[in-house]
Design a binder for this molecule. Structure first.
Ligand code: FAD
Ligand code: SIN
Length: 533
């Protein structure tokens, strides 16, 4: 049994920055399920939104965020996060991030969909990698921080794991059970404060821009422990992802359209011609227009064409996209890039207040795993790296005020493997994972309907029951822990989508094609298997 002041689950931007912010208060342990840099953060391309241009204002950034979010954003949270934009950019630089500058020496500002001004601070097209490397370097130097790779949290520890219930009905987090993937042992980590920073859920869809780690673990662990989760019907699909062999994809940043790239069909017609914002319309609209075009034309993909721009300027601005496409036989300075939409960002998550506190005492959540209310029904591009740092900063100020001491933690039962066996049924796990991902893609994608969602719920419920049965009898592995979470996150997305009987932002259903503010201008909140709002 390990005791620590702070247990941080995840080593992306949210986890690493929280560890740095609280490390002067006590011992911090970061748990991460693969290698230290494997996270969505590491692949972020476009950048960080901040109203720092001379023609820009915080008010304009707030308006763009609320417009993209289709009036479901929590306006107080939008203000809290956007007000801190310039502070966050400075914070990144103080951590050692080197951002791209113009000829005048000022930070270069890119443009993305839904933004009415150029306001995206970036490090070429490798912004996330620059951030991840800078944060990891700081974390590794800090004497109070230990980072454990190849450790996956299985479940959060609450009153259910304490021999004698502390307070009837209360739910408090005391840490987590953690599987050491290399030796197969489950260890108990007790902590005064636990920070969930496990990222998103894109891997629940067949085609996604997310790395494989994005299996929704944090949302599902918090939900299992009794936390409120919200707005899971709002999965964002990025309009332009390059499809690779083996079902993998590679993001082609929206910044490419901000730089002058246009989406065309195989005849060269502009797909976004009819929208007033053309290729820089909000993401939900561009993705839906492409989806509609592909279904009506029978074409397999559209093209993102940047060939009219100067080749040297393209290579300088997008070195990573240029090189990666080249390895797949596409020279983006000459050839239009074949692209399709792919699952990209979960706008919902574990419900938090404006200080990152969840509905479970001593459990915080920040980054993509959290639902703060900022994004509403559709996230504005490049607002998520910003949100992560603002919320971490506020969570750190909350624990500075008040936190549980590890010496006051109760005794918790150790993990028991009794009744489990080592099964060699890898094929069951991999088939179920693929089935869930295909089913979500086919039935719970960009365009939904009552018929498709009902079918999805029936099938996922069946797989969920089988996985539950298998899980009870089987010794843990990383793959099994992820499958158990994937099936539940799929189920939560489906029941949230079935509940919302209107179309708004990222949730579009042919049975209720219009937005209905009289009945649905509110979040979808689920707790203990019930939709409570
Ligand atoms: P992540 O960075 O995903 O980190 C999650 C961490 O949790 C990982 O270390 C993972 O291994 C670990 N983990 C997960 N489950 C467990 C578990 N059970 N036990 C232990 N560890 C676990 N946003 C922007 O604002 N601007 C952009 O330009 C941008 N570009 C993007 C490009 C791509 C290709 C993608 C995929 C996303 C992009 N986003 C962008 C979104 C943004 O990158 C993410 O929302 C953000 O990085 C999430 O950070 P995070 O710290 O919450 O999670
Ligand atoms: C991109 O570069 O297109 C991704 C930006 C984001 O998801 O915020």
């Amino acid at each position: 049994m390990v005791k620590t002041d702070f247990l941080v689950i995840g080593s992306g931007i949210a986890g690493l920055s929280f560890a740095l912010k609280v490390a002067d208060l006590g011992e911090v342990i970061i748990i991460t399920k693969k290698n230290d840099s494997e996270s969505s953060t590491n692949y972020a391309q476009g950048g960080i939104a901040g109203a720092i241009g001379s023609d820009d204002s915080k008010e304009q950034h707030i308006t763009d965020t609320i417009t993209a979010g289709c009036d479901l954003c929590h306006k107080d949270m939008v203000k809290v996060v956007i007000d801190e934009g310039p502070m966050v950019i400075n914070q990144f630089m103080s951590w050692g991030c080197r951002f791209t500058r113009g000829a005048d020496g000022k930070l270069a500002l890119g443009r993305e969909g839904g933004h009415s001004r150029n306001r995206i601070v970036h490090a070429d097209d490798l912004t996330g990698h620059e951030i991840e490397i800078a944060l990891l370097a700081q974390v590794k130097e800090h004497p109070n921080i230990t980072l454990l790779e190849n450790h996956i949290t299985v479940d959060l520890l609450t009153e259910h794991n304490v021999a004698v219930m502390t307070k009837h009905g209360a739910v408090t987090c005391f840490g987590a059970y953690v599987l050491d993937v290399e030796n197969g042992q489950v260890e108990t980590f007790l902590s005064g404060t636990t920070m969930l920073a496990t990222g998103g859920t894109g891997a629940v869809y067949l085609h996604t821009t997310n790395p494989d780690i994005a299996t929704g673990d944090g949302i599902v662990m918090a939900y299992r422990a009794g936390a409120k989760v919200g707005n899971l019907e709002f999965m964002q699909f990025h309009p332009t992802s390059l499809m690779l062999s083996g079902g993998k994809s590679f993001l082609i940043s929206e910044a490419v359209r901000g730089f002058g790239g246009v989406i065309v069909d195989e005849t060269g017609r502009r797909v976004m011609e009819d929208h007033p914002l053309k290729d820089l319309a909000p993401r939900d609209i561009v993705a839906r227009t492409i989806d509609h075009h592909l279904k009506n034309s029978g074409e397999e993909h559209v093209f993102l064409d940047i060939t009219r721009k100067d080749p040297d300027a393209i290579k300088k601005r997008f070195p990573n996209i240029y090189e990666t496409c080249l390895t797949h036989g596409i020279d983006i300075t000459n050839d239009p890039i074949p692209v399709v939409p792919a699952a990209h960002y979960m706008c919902g998550g574990v419900v938090t207040d404006s200080y990152g506190r969840t509905s479970i005492t001593n459990l915080f959540a920040a980054g993509e795993v959290a639902f703060t209310g900022l994004h509403g029904a559709n996230r504005l591009a490049s607002n998520s790296l910003l949100e992560a740092v603002v919320m971490v900063d506020r969570a750190a100020s909350a624990v500075r005020e008040k936190r549980q001491k590890p010496s006051e933690l109760p005794e918790v039962s150790e993990w028991s493997e009794k009744g489990t066996f080592k099964h060699d049924e890898w094929v069951i796990i991999s088939h179920d994972r693929q089935n869930i991902r295909r089913l979500m893609w086919d039935l719970v994608g960009i365009v939904r309907s009552d018929f498709r969602l009902r079918r999805a719920e029936n099938r996922i419920t069946l797989i969920r029951d089988e996985v539950r049965e298998y899980y009870r009898k089987t010794r843990l592995s990383l793959e099994l822990v992820e499958l158990r979470n994937l099936v539940i996150i799929a189920w939560l997305i489906v029941i949230s989508a079935r509940h919302r009987k209107e179309s708004r932002g990222l949730h579009y259903t042919t049975d209720y094609p219009n937005r209905d503010d009289s009945l649905w201008k509110h979040d979808t909140i689920i707790q203990n298997e019930e939709i409570i709002l």
